[in-house]
Structure formats: C-alpha cells, structure tokens
Design a protein around this ligand. Sequence first.
Ligand code: CA
Length: 678
Amino acid sequence: MFLCSDYLLIFGMIKCSGMKMILMAATLLLAANAADFHEEDYPVRQGSLDEMQYSPQATSFHLWSPRAEKVRVLLYEEGQGGQACDSRDMALGTDGTWHVTVPGDLRGKFYAFHVRIDGKWLGETPGIFAKAVGIGGRRGAVIDLAATDPEGWAEDRSPAMDGPASVIVYEMHHRDFSIHPSSGIVNKGKFLALTEEGTTSPEGLPTGLDHLKDLGVTHVHILPSFDFSSIDETALELNRYNWGYDPLNYNVPEGSYSTDPARPEVRIREFKQMVQALHRHGLRVVLDVVYNHTSNARSSAFERTAPGYFYRLKPDGTFANGSGCGNETASERPMMRKYMVESVLYWMREYHIDGFRFDLMGVHDIATMNAIREAACQVDPQVFIYGEGWAAETPLLEADSLAMKGNVARMPGIAAFSDEMRDALRGPWDDDAKGAFLAGKPGDEESLKFGLAGAVSHPQVQMDKVNYSTVAWAAQPTQMISYVSCHDDMCLADRLKASVPDLRPGELERLDMLAQTAVLTSQGVPFLFAGEEVLRDKKGVHNSYRSPDDINAIDWTNKAAFRDVYAYYKGMIALRKHHPAFRLGDADLVRKHLEFLPVEGSGLVVFRLKDHAGGDSWQEILVVLNARREAASVRVGKGRWTAVVKDGKVREDGLGVLAGPVLTVGPESALIVWKEDR
Ligand code: CA
C-alpha cells in the first residue's frame, strides 16, 4: 500500500470544515484523564444505546458513563437558553449506564445530561445518542419518534436492485443542487427540495427529483446530513454554506436543511419525506457518515460522558489527529464500535437509508467496518457501503488494522475510491495545473486500465506502471469506486480548464464526455459528482467547503446550454444499465471477458468485452478511449461493427455500421462498437 503522508495530510485539510486553527489549537489541550485508559473500567452497555424513551406516562433517561461519580439529567422548556425547570439524579446500573425515569408527559421538553468525574462537572451534553435535539444541537428533545413519520411511511420501500454491480452513484450537496434560482425549486437548500415534482429550469427542462430520475442514476449520495456544527441554525438568514464534515449529533438530521430547526420533529419528518420521495422515484439514498472525528473534541458529547474513551490519545494525553481535523475516534474500542454499528442500523431502520459513504474510512479499523457491513446486511442485503480508503494523517493504530484502500480485500462487500483512476484521467490531486490522460499527456494509460478493470488483478495490467498502488487492492470489482471528480478538489470542468492549455471550442465538452465514458465503462462502481452532467463549474475554486452559493450552486440553465453533454451522460448511464458486460461484478469474469488490445503510442486505451460477457446480448463490445488531439486508427479484425457511441453521441440502436479490420475514432472522444455474432 502506498501511503504518502503529504498526500494524506492535504486530503484531510480540505475535509476540515469550520475554523481549522481553532480545532488544531484544541488538540493541544489535554484531554481529561487521557493517558491512563484501562479497558476494565469501561464495561460495554448491554442492549440498545437509547438514551431517552418516551411515553405519555413517563420518560426514562439512560447514559453510559462508567467512570462518573454522579450523573444528572436536566429538563428545559427551551431548546437553548433559559434555566432548567427540573433536575434529576440518575442511578448507576450494572453496565456503566445510569438511569432515571421521570413521570408525567414530557413531550416537547428538552434535556441535557451532566456528568461529574473526579469532582469536576464536565459540562452539559445531549448525550452521545440523541435522536432529536433543540436548535443548535446542544440539548436533547423529548419527542415521540413514531409521530414524525410522514403519511405512507410504513409502506415506504427501497427500490429493488440487482447487486452492487448495478449501482451508479450521484453525489450531491443540498444547497448545490437546489439553491440556484434556475432550479425552479421552492424549498431551496432543504431536504424538501428533493420532494418537489415537476420542477424545471427556465428553459423548461426537468430539475430536482425529475432530473435525477431522467438521468438514470440509482443512488443519491447526500453530503453530511446529520447534525453538524458549522452552520448557525439560529441565523439561517445569513445563508452560510458548509459541506458539513464537522459532526455534532450523529443520529439527528441537520437543522439548517429543515424548514424549522427550532422544532425538533420537523427536521426528522422532512428527512423522511425526502427519503420517501427519492424511493418513490426509484432512487436509493446514501448517507455520508463521518464517524472518524467530531467537531470540537473537548466539548463533544463523547468527552462529556466518557472522557478519553472515544478518541485515540497520544501517550502525552493529547488527541491523535488521523482526521486532520483535530482528533480521531477509536473505532477499535468496544463501545465506539458498538456505537458505529448501532448508528448505521438506526439510520437504516428509522430513516430507511440504503447505503453509507464513510469519510476517511482509513481512520477506522477493519474489524469495525466488517461488523458494520455484517449488521447492515442483516437489515438490507443490498446495502451499499464504501469509503475513502485513506486518512489525513497517520492514525494511531497499527497500519495493518486500518480500513485503508490497501486492506479492502479484507473487507468483503465494502468499496473504496480509486484515486489511481481519478488521477490517471485528470492529473494529480496536489497540482491543479497538471493534467494527465485527458490533457494528452503520456504515462497514465496503465493506471487507467487498472481503474477500468475495477482494481482487481488482471494479467494485462502492469502494476509497476500504476500510480499510487503496487498491488491490485480489490478482491472484487465492486469494491472500487470509479470516478473522476467529487465534492473535493476542482470539479471536472474547472480541472480541464486549469490543466489543458488553450482549450479550443468544443474541447471542454469532448474531454468531459471522454472522462465519464471511462468512469461509466469501468468494472468498478461509477460515481458522478452532481452537476457534472450539465458541465457545472465552481469558478475554479479547489476547496469550496465553505464557499458561498455563487461558487457552489449548480446553474441549471447549463442543462439547455450543454444539451449534448447531458444527453451523453444519460445515454452512457442507460447503456451501462442495459448491458451487463460493463458491470460484470466478479473478478474472475473480468479477467475472462475483459481484454485490453495492444496500441502503439500514448493517449489511447482500447479494450474489448468478449464472448457475451455477463450474458450480454452483444457477442463482442469494443471500447476505444482516445485522448489524442487527432483521430486514431484501431485494428480490430474483420467484421461489421455497429457503433453505439461515436463523436460525442450515444445511441443504443446504432449510429451506423463500421467495417473492419481498421476503425477510426475521432480526436478526444470515445468509440463504442459491437460486433454481430457471425
Ligand atoms: Ca447543526
């Protein structure tokens, strides 16, 4: 496994939301009682991690805090501010968990726990597993969860799917997707934006939910939508923007994406409405989860209930910083592992979430990721789990235990992003001006082949010529995420403008479509960044984690302006869905049916999918990716070939018949042809 610390560091920095310097300063402070961790002092809580159970007759409170001398629950009328209207001492049970039952109907009230250890009160907290909170996320809310279900929720079902090879992911941020005036969406930047039907751009083209359905992706991956810290929920009129990689309450939807963050049940109901609407439109929903660090460790719920337990600490008692955001959690500890498993299951059961993208998965340990996948599969065998197989700085756990990309083969059913393929196409992460295959530069063809084969070992991929990795790290092709862009770094159009000198008319579109042809014909799982299909840009901003809407918003007038690009994306998605040869889903089948053809010179990759690969109706499919600035000739043998992708057009029923033995592919474009079985 290739691990360059500088590379990792930058990746983490760009993830950090909020004031990085403040977070870094926080790491310099000593965690309470940090260095003397003794596992025997921390019994694991048995059963559910519920901390509040409501009924109209009484509400019971529970908090795991094994080393506490005293624990209280404080009751409030308000979600923030004001004085406690009641306070109850809790009693210690057998497994380090404290309990109290308060009679009466507490619905509508708020609560906070307060823990004393070594004579010191640690500060109020909503607990580690709050399911509803007041505005700003500092107090829990007493609600009746069942009453938050929208109409028809009991009948809500995830769309059927046919294994991980059929997944096509669309990664979006709520504000990016709906905030621009051209979206035609009413609930801009809200969960409810994804419930509106019939919305259009000024030119009358579908936006929002209808756009997603028309595009044909299978999974919508929403950027962090749990309660995060960086947006002031009491000042939404400021229209601040943040990606949300600064977790506050892992098991509550973010308040700023609701229409009323002050009413705890509203964000919960609206989140469910969003999932319900996406499901009705045939789309599964992926949650971006960030268990690898918390916003401010010192004042976090973790530190205020069991200081020093949930984070990895250096010998001097300071927080380790594998996340690059000031701290890293300790997934290998039994309660943190249980916490992550329970949290994932909670999102699946309560919110009907269908998949999870683990931020900086490489901070977590392999056993925890496997435990999560096994438990999640019990709820939904089709759950799709993937993550970033890297960390920001070197985590404080043996490298062999970490859920890094290089260890993915030991995590069956879990996928990791391929930076090999991404950077082979667009150029390295650390130099926006440097291009690669798309820019016409030689030397990245082997890395591209690695990605096209889904990161599994393949006799024709020479690993010594592949960037970053020396071994084929995926056991199955569905363990690789195939992509050229995501929310991190420049989007594709910006990157092409930055890395391809003197772009000529039409060149941006041609290279963009060529890039996604590679992504969508890869045996890995394709992943598209929202808006690429309408050639979005971010005005050249590399790290837009808190840039204003005028940088991050997708301008939907682009959909008419780049009609051909949109049609191409849509056509390529349909082609992949209709032809199993492009998504074999099995390493042996990839090695059997995917054959790269020899080519002379650089800037050209050619492969064929042969012998009715995956039971495909087409006997042989040929894919040519030509990044050269001139047309290329490819020797393919005799026969009549039907073109389905050619010169920036996709037509499954054919764009004409080409005769072998030599085919010509236009400059900066892809050619896909199939040969009849005779
Ligand atoms: Ca929040």
